[in-house]
Design a protein around this ligand. Structure first.
Ligand SMILES: [Zn+2]
Ligand SMILES: [Zn+2]
Length: 142
């Protein structure tokens, strides 16, 4: 946690973004959450101690964080944007029933090569394997 906040401050300073208590609070909620929260989820938590902060502000703050590389935006089929503060290379499993997105690590997936034709066509800035299915909790509900 301490270390995360230090990194947060460093990255903000590097990009000329002021470290305000409100931004800090939003970032803390983000890294405390293991569920790749949406702006709405973060806003609900932040409202408890910053009642005047609007959803729009939370949303804009999260987008700013993504622009300076503090978080990544994950988007799925018409879902609201979800934010991912885990900057270590990792992959996702998404449950089709409950929508939970679970991080997993796999060295073989990390070293997957980007196809040559895509490398020529696009500028690739990241790669991630997305697996989908039914998570263990939902599987056991049957
Ligand atoms: Zn599930
Ligand atoms: Zn993740």
């Amino acid at each position: 946690m301490e270390k995360d906040l230090k990194i947060f401050e460093e990255i903000c300073h590097k990009h000329g973004l002021k470290v305000t208590p409100q931004r800090m609070a939003i970032y803390k909620e983000l890294i405390n959450s293991k569920e790749h929260p949406s702006a709405v989820m973060i806003h609900e938590r932040i409202r408890k101690y910053y009642p005047n902060v609007s959803l729009d502000t939370v949303n804009r703050t999260l987008i700013t964080f993504s622009e300076i590389g503090l978080v990544q935006i994950i988007e799925g089929r018409g879902d609201p944007k979800r934010f991912d503060p885990n900057l270590r290379p990792h992959h996702h499993f998404r449950c089709l029933r409950c929508g939970e997105i679970i991080d997993f690590y796999n060295e073989e997936y990390d070293s997957l090569e980007v196809p040559e034709d895509l490398k020529e066509k696009f500028i690739i800035t990241g790669k991630r394997v997305n697996l989908e299915g039914i998570c263990d909790k939902c599987k056991n509900l049957n």
